[in-house]
Design a protein. Structure first.
Length: 268
């Protein structure tokens, strides 16, 4: 099995997370340059939880964009089973929160994959190039019937919603592009938890939601993912978990630096 979950868990789980009300400028975003988040990934197989790897999210500054750099890797103790070295880049417009450029470089076992998406919102187009490497790709032109995001920009764009608007079991839809294909995913609000304990992470005030995932060689058809988001101005995902085709997986917030706002949702 190609265990493509070390980035996918953290990002696809967040796709469709919240519909978004655009900020008028970067000051309205829930994040800022310098923020760094580290998530630990755990894989469950035959009732045993294995510490499999980690994903690191960093925000770097560009003149008109936030450059989001994401790296995912397995720990050495897990690489007898499967080795992952993934890197993602997303350039997000500081005014609109819309993606401008996205690059994905996947190294998982013997599997290699490259994806580049150029978003041309003025002309309602996206140009998606995929292949085994950057010099061996096929490009597709995609019509944009509304706002679409890549896997990285969605997580940051969606952190700007007023979470209270999703009470009363309300659901929302969200659009992404992945491997030359457009997807619409759904998410449903579940409840607020004033003291949710996350093992090896802490206790948080959270909002719990369930969301669709993209089925394939990682997730079965109809599977939904559970995730819990810090109920404060930063809106960080603190725990995500889901069954897989084989076993199950979860990701927890392990560390954080340079948050824009005080982390008031963390109780201890």
């Amino acid at each position: 099995m190609k265990l493509r979950i070390f980035i996918v868990l953290l990002i696809i789980s967040a796709l469709g997370f919240w519909s978004f009300r655009p900020a008028s400028d970067a000051s309205g975003f829930a994040f800022s340059t310098g923020e760094k988040l580290v998530y630990k990934i755990f894989y469950n197989w035959n009732f045993v939880w294995l510490t499999a790897g980690e994903v690191v999210f960093e925000i770097k500054d560009e003149p008109d964009s936030y450059h989001i750099e994401v790296t995912g890797k397995t720990y050495a103790s897990y690489e007898w089973f499967y080795k992952v070295r993934d890197k993602y880049h997303s350039y997000i417009d500081k005014t609109t929160g819309l993606p401008k450029l996205y690059i994905r470089e996947i190294h998982q076992g013997n599997y290699r994959h490259y994806e580049k998406i150029v978003f041309d919102y003025p002309n309602h187009k996206a140009y998606s190039s995929t292949g085994r490497s950057f010099n061996n790709t096929k490009t597709s032109e995609i019509d944009l019937d509304g706002n679409y995001y890549d896997m990285i920009s969605s997580m940051y764009y969606l952190r700007n919603i007023d979470l209270k608007s999703f009470q009363n079991n309300k659901s929302t839809a969200f659009k992404i592009i992945l491997d030359n294909t457009k997807y619409e995913l759904n998410l449903k609000y579940q409840k607020e938890d004033p003291g949710f304990k996350v093992k090896e992470s802490g206790t948080y005030k959270t909002i719990h939601a369930i969301g669709d995932v993209i089925s394939g060689n990682v997730f079965d058809e109809g599977v939904q993912m559970n995730f819990w988001v810090a109920n404060d101005s930063n809106k960080l995902p603190v725990l995500m978990e889901s069954p897989l085709v084989v076993g199950s997986v979860k990701g927890i917030l392990a560390s954080y630096e340079n948050l824009k706002y005080p982390f008031s949702a963390k109780l201890k």
